[in-house]
Design a protein around this ligand. Structure first.
Ligand SMILES: Nc1ncnc2c1ncn2[C@@H]1O[C@H](COP(=O)(O)OP(=O)(O)OP(=O)(O)O)[C@@H](O)[C@H]1O
Length: 554
């Protein structure tokens, strides 16, 4: 979608406004040209008897007011487009499936959001461009009125110039697209560089490689492309500017001879060319902006269309009633298949036929790549089975039930992410006794810092401490089922033992259903049941009879 179609699409009155601006400005700019030429030549207006100075002043006022109205209109329009795009993309993403987000990649979303910012510069550029076009058209019409032959000559010359521009601009546009691709790659490497800074410090080879072969190479590539496009634009601009001196030369030296044009007319031609040279320069210099804008609009549009092709949940509709009181969860022939972009199967987990009952403490074990995380993604509703189904409290889940199903579980994933704001609206007041109890339970009471203003807790903690805080938040959610993916991996030996020997039994006493991925075989005895994974399947499903019931953590 190009800019004009986008503006038209977002505002039904766009063409009416453009037409109004064009007509009134044509009258104003055309009249000003005629006025000046008439005043220089000492003649009156052709059709009106009113004093010229009054009409001149009146035209200026009308033009000023109209331009102000139009600029305000277009500024509001583009601002609302920026708002709609940004909020629209985020709104669509939040109702998309997790797989869609994985396919799309966070980088593309960041780039598209940055692209929308370019739209904010549309108002001044667009109005200047419209006014420039109007002045050029008025100038051309005036020249035709003075002498149609001379007007036609100049028009042909301008046509040639335009063709030259469009041709060159096409190839520049291709180069700009290449620059954008390189920039996307560059941001990916930069993200790796910043997020993996510690790892980069640990290997000279990696350090040199990421810089020389990836970051510098893409930066160098886009610098060279930028250099080439800058030179091309420069040549375009210079050719454009100097061509007008050729036109002036034609008018001064060729036209009087060839077309026998009198000196007074020559003066009018020279004046008109000088009058439209400024607007032409404005138009030419705005070409790079509009080219970049076109690419940005196409990319934003492409992203939005791509998101639209992905399945989306209707968060309002809860297809089946999902009670907060959990009784059981059943996997029936549930399979999840990873496929590549061409649809080729990469890995399949399942089919799973598992029944999970309220109050069970289940440990999920297995080697690397055995499918534990894939199972956890299915269990938490992050993934929907590609075959088979899940039944919650006996009801088979359908597409729109998934967001509500996930909402019934508390989950802590391996690379837990703690938010900077208290989006959940937890009562994080320092004096909240429940919070204090949990902080003591997680041995965090002397570690956390409260932010009374934001009603949140500072998340600058070690990974192990972050996971403990995440467990506190999970408890505050007060849901029946808790899913913990390698929760204890980052805990020190003392807290790891404490987790399995104290916290797990407490959760059991609270009647929580816990499904925890673990490699800590020393503590397998704390579970009621062990699901052992191998090659994407449940190789063993063992029920244990000896879960301890120690004293509750006070
Ligand atoms: N997004 C993905 N696209 C394609 N294949 C994937 C994807 N995620 C995981 N896999 C594949 O699925 C298989 C199971 O991975 P999964 O992460 O479920 O194993 P895991 O048991 O959790 O391993 P680990 O203990 O190492 O975390 C692996 O072979 C992995 O390569």
């Amino acid at each position: 979608m190009n800019l004009i179609r986008l503006l038209k699409y977002k505002s039904g009155s766009f063409f009416v406004m453009i037409a109004l601006l064009g007509i009134v400005n044509s009258l104003v700019y055309g009249s000003i040209m005629v006025f000046i030429n008439n005043v220089i030549a000492g003649v009156g207006l052709p059709f009106i008897a009113a004093p010229q100075s009054w009409i001149y002043a009146g035209l200026l006022v009308v033009s000023f007011l109209l331009n102000k109205t139009f600029q305000t209109y277009i500024a509001r329009l583009t601002n609302s487009i920026v708002f709609e795009y940004e909020s629209g993309v985020i709104d669509k993403l939040r109702v998309s499936t997790f797989e869609s987000f994985e396919k799309l990649g966070a980088q593309r979303v960041y780039t598209a959001i940055q692209d929308t910012r370019l739209l904010a510069q549309v108002p001044s550029n667009f109005v200047n461009a419209v006014n420039s076009v109007v002045i050029i058209l008025c100038g051309l019409s005036y020249m035709f009125w003075l002498s149609w032959k001379a007007g036609a000559m100049i028009l042909c010359f301008m046509g040639l110039l335009l063709a030259f521009y469009l041709l060159r601009n096409n190839s520049i546009e291709k180069q700009l697209n290449e620059v954008r691709d390189l920039q996307n790659d560059y941001h990916r490497y930069l993200r790796d560089f910043l997020n993996g800074f510690r790892e980069i410090k640990m290997s000279l080879n990696r350090n040199n490689s990421i810089y020389d072969r990836y970051i510098k190479r893409t930066l160098q590539g886009s610098k060279e492309l930028n250099d080439r496009t800058a030179v091309r634009y420069l040549v375009n601009e210079l050719t454009g500017n100097y061509s007008w001196y050729i036109v002036l030369g034609l008018i001064l030296f060729v036209m009087p001879q060839v077309l026998s044009i009198p000196t007074a007319r020559v003066t009018a031609f020279v004046f008109t060319i000088l009058y439209i040279m400024g607007p032409l320069a404005t138009l030419i210099s705005s070409v790079p902006f509009f080219t970049r804008l076109k690419i940005a609009v196409e990319r934003i549009d492409g992203l939005e269309k791509e998101i639209d092709t992905y399945p989306q949940y209707n968060l309002e509709e809860q297809s089946i009633e999902l009670s907060r009181d959990f009784t059981d969860l059943e996997f029936s022939n549930a399979v999840y298949e990873y496929k590549d972009a061409a649809g080729k199967k990469l890995f399949a987990a399942g089919p799973f036929n598992i029944s999970i009952k309220k109050g069970e403490i289940i440990f999920v074990t297995g080697g690397n790549g055995s499918g534990k995380s894939t199972f956890i993604n299915l269990l938490t509703g992050i993934y929907m089975p590609t075959q088979g189904s899940l039944r919650y409290n006996g009801e088979a889940l359908v597409m729109n039930s998934y967001p509500h199903y996930s909402d019934r579980l508390s989950s802590i994933f391996t690379g837990v992410y703690l938010f900077n704001e208290n989006y959940d609206g937890f009562d994080l007041d320092e004096n909240n006794p429940v919070l204090q109890k949990y902080l003591a339970m997680m041995e965090l009471q002397d570690v956390v810092r409260f932010d009374a203003q934001k009603k949140s807790i500072d998340n600058k903690l070690s990974m192990g401490q972050r996971k403990r805080l995440a467990l506190i938040y999970a408890l505050m959610e007060n849901r029946d089922v808790m899913v913990l993916d390698e929760w204890a991996a980052e805990q020190d030996p003392h807290f790891r033992a404490y987790f399995y020997e104290q916290i797990i039994p407490v959760l059991k006493q609270m009647n929580k259903t816990v499904i925890a991925v673990t490699h800590d075989d020393k503590y397998y005895g704390q579970a009621d049941r062990i699901l052992h994974f191998d090659f994407g399947k449940v190789a063993k499903d063992v029920k244990l009879q000896h879960a301890k019931q120690p004293e509750l953590v006070k």
